[in-house]
Design a protein around this ligand. Structure first.
Ligand code: DC
Length: 220
């Protein structure tokens, strides 16, 4: 079968990466979590205390960032590495989640990340999830999904995911973070979160993981 590019966009915490991983496994495609790249850049900026309003400082910081994905043989998924360090767990922290939307709105940051993402799609056979994959990164993707779910369900799911490693996290904190990011991500000037005109909406509020996978596979 001819390999495709599958672009999955949507609101925060509505199951994009779960579906993307399932599809990549099923189809033997590469899965790329574009959000993890923005989170990795954010972690670097936080560690180096980069002044976001200083364009030269931002550019210099980007020059010192090397991001790659390597297969984790335990989980059978790829982990993200920042300058050779596995930061897969660190980037899920709320300190990163609280800052990532500001950093992802910077033009130089987007140029840096999008160029790498487009390169990863050169050979097709890729599932990428994010906010601007169907609109900006791969406007010619053969399959485009735009995912959504009720906000209460999204908060509940993300809380469940974060709680084991963050025992003190509250529902209110998670809710605020998701609302804040969705607002910033959909109102920023460059490549805001948007449904591409040719994307199919997938609302998984009342779907099981198997049902959503079946929906996507039928589409593909
Ligand atoms: O998918 P995620 O929640 O891990 O993404 C983290 C943030 O990164 C998200 O709030 C906005 C930004 N992002 C983006 O601007 N463009 C993408 N393609 C993916 C993520």
């Amino acid at each position: 079968m001819i390999k495709k590019i599958i672009a999955i966009d949507g609101w925060s915490a509505c199951g994009k990466s779960t579906l993307a991983k399932q599809l990549a496994n099923k189809l033997g495609y590469v899965y790329i979590d574009s959000g993890a790249m923005y989170r990795a850049i954010t972690l670097f900026f936080l560690r180096q205390n980069i002044n976001l309003s200083n364009a030269a400082e931002v550019l210099e910081a980007l020059r010192n960032i090397n991001i790659d994905f390597r297969l984790n043989t335990d989980s059978q998924h790829s982990d993200i590495y920042l300058n050779g360090e596995n930061i897969e767990d660190l980037i899920r922290d709320l300190s990163v989640a609280g800052k990532v939307s500001d950093i992802a709105a910077i033009a130089a940051v987007r140029t840096f990340a999008v160029a790498q993402q487009q390169k990863m799609g050169n050979n097709k056979g890729i599932v990428m999830d994010g906010r601007d994959i169907g609109t900006t990164v791969f406007p010619n993707a053969e399959i485009k999904l735009f995912m959504t779910a009720d906000s209460a369900i999204r908060v509940e799911r993300r809380l469940k995911e974060l709680s084991p490693k963050n025992p003190h996290i509250t529902m209110e904190e998670v809710k605020k973070n998701l609302e804040n990011r969705d607002h910033l991500d959909s109102t920023r000037e460059i490549s805001p979160l948007r449904k591409a005109a040719d994307a199919i909406v997938l609302d998984n509020t009342h779907l099981t993981m198997d049902e959503q996978l079946e929906f996507a596979l039928r589409l593909i």
